[in-house]
Ligand binder design. Structure first.
Ligand code: AMP
Ligand code: GLY
Length: 426
């Protein structure tokens, strides 16, 4: 079967790596891909926003399955349009992608189906929101309703900061995403990302991971798309995973079904493990980036039959095996990220790092230029290592990072610190 994968980040390189290893995959196309995905298949130039053009490409090339990596095309309805054109596509419909596309939609679903999450209120009017903030008091979390590339959340320790965030969002600082604002209770606990594959009715738990959202060591600096991750997340014990499935994932699938918009694809639950149990922070309707880069290396089974079964609604027949090893990824970003990253700096010796035992390097914002690999985005490389513990995976990942010669880049030096501390304290 020929497969088309949509996207160009580290997540897509990890997916391309896993998909291309499947005996079911004859030819893999990636649109637009990156220099890393070019080693797993053929990168193709396609206007992803033109769903008709994507469908035509699939027909001409005999593509039997499309896998959509990022949220943008999902929220834009690419799955609906490709399926309508007769092309099997893995991912949620436009209606189901609202779980990621609108925070207010998800909060209402939680309220309706009793899914544990932070208390909240919704506002389309700044004055009403300010009155609510004054009445409730800080700390609070202020969120733009729509997609804001990870920049739509302000953790407001004080009322002044909450009001500043409201002013920024309601004056169009985040564009249309901020036309509606959700104000939430600030939950305390440890965060974990939990992934489940869904076929509309059944959910198959995948694995858990922990992301590092802040730009700098010690979880300081601005929020980013994620500076590193490891899997599994130690807080996500078997019992906790079952609780998350029972209280959060399965009720969500049931609720979406009841509303006539069944969810197919990857359900990515951002969780806070609070003293009162797991609570949903937010949903994403795709694999996480960089979480996918630590999930794929731990997956022992062929991913393609699982993706097909999710699309076909027969996931109950699928069982996936995972390695007991820990995978840890360090994101190498271009200086300036998450502001304006410097483009064009040359990166040398990626192959030296990739040749290390138990190490994989997944490309994100790279570009091939005159025989060199150069930086072409914010998050540029993922250096992934497998080990028997987080400490071991961390040591191997940083040893590989240090082989890469890239003065224009930086990375956090403490990815996995919480788990390493736990392991040391035994
Ligand atoms: P989100 O984009 O909704 O995942 O939020 C980004 C980050 O903000 C999360 O990973 C959390 O660290 C934090 N966050 C969001 N909502 C809350 C909340 N209600 N309580 C505590 N932290 C939150
Ligand atoms: N790493 C968080 C995300 O993919 O949204």
């Amino acid at each position: 079967m020929n497969i088309l994968l949509i996207g160009s980040g580290g997540r897509e390189h990890a997916l391309a790596w896993a998909i291309s290893a499947s005996p079911l995959c004859d030819k893999l196309f990636i649109a637009p891909g990156n220099p890393g995905t070019a080693e797993c298949g053929e990168n193709v130039v396609l206007d992803i926003a033109d769903h008709r053009a994507v469908a035509d490409f699939c027909k001409v090339m005999g593509v039997g399955l499309v896998v959509v990596g990022p949220e943008g095309p999902l929220v834009d309805g690419i799955v609906d349009d490709l399926e309508a054109a007769g092309i099997k596509t893995f991912g949620p419909s436009k209606a189901a992608a609202q779980l990621e596309g609108s925070k207010a939609f998800t909060k209402e679903l939680c309220a309706e189906f009793g899914i544990p999450t932070a208390g909240f209120a919704r506002f389309t009017d700044e004055a009403a929101a300010r009155t609510y903030v004054a009445r409730t008091g800080a700390p609070l979390v202020i969120k733009a309703d729509g997609l804001a590339a990870g920049k739509g959340v302000v953790m407001a320790e004080t009322i002044e900061r909450a009001n500043d965030a409201l002013a920024m969002m309601f004056s169009g600082g985040l564009g249309a995403a901020g036309a509606e604002v959700v104000i939430e209770e600030w939950m305390i606990g440890e965060e974990a990302s939990f992934f489940a594959l869904c076929d509309g009715t059944h959910a198959l738990p995948l694995a858990s991971a922990q992301d590092h959202k802040r730009a700098f060591d010690g979880d300081t600096g601005p929020n980013t798309g994620g500076m590193g991750a490891y899997s599994p997340a130690p807080v996500m014990t078997t019992a906790m995973a079952e609780q998350v499935m029972a209280e959060i994932v399965r009720p969500t699938l049931a609720g979406m079904n009841q509303r006539g918009t069944p969810f197919k694809g990857v359900l990515f639950a951002g969780l806070m493990i609070t003293a009162d149990g797991p609570k949903l922070i937010e949903y994403n309707t795709r694999f996480g980036d960089p979480e996918c880069e630590v999930l794929m290396p731990r997956l022992k089974s062929d991913i393609v039959p699982a993706l097909l079964a999710a699309r076909d609604g027969v996931l109950n027949a699928v069982d996936l095996r995972w390695s007991d090893d820990v995978a840890l990824t360090v994101v190498m970003a271009a200086k300036g990220y998450p502001g304006t990253p410097e483009k064009g700096s040359v990166i040398k010796d990626i192959d030296k790092a990739a040749a290390e035992k138990d190490v994989l390097v997944f490309h994100a914002g790279t570009q091939a230029k005159d025989g060199d690999i150069v930086a072409n985005g914010g998050r540029v490389l993922n250096v992934v290592a497998l080990g028997r513990s987080v400490s071991e995976a961390q040591a191997k990942a940083y040893a590989a990072v240090d082989l890469i010669d890239w003065p224009g880049g930086f990375c956090r030096r403490d990815i996995g610190w919480q788990a390493v501390k736990r392991e040391r304290e035994g």
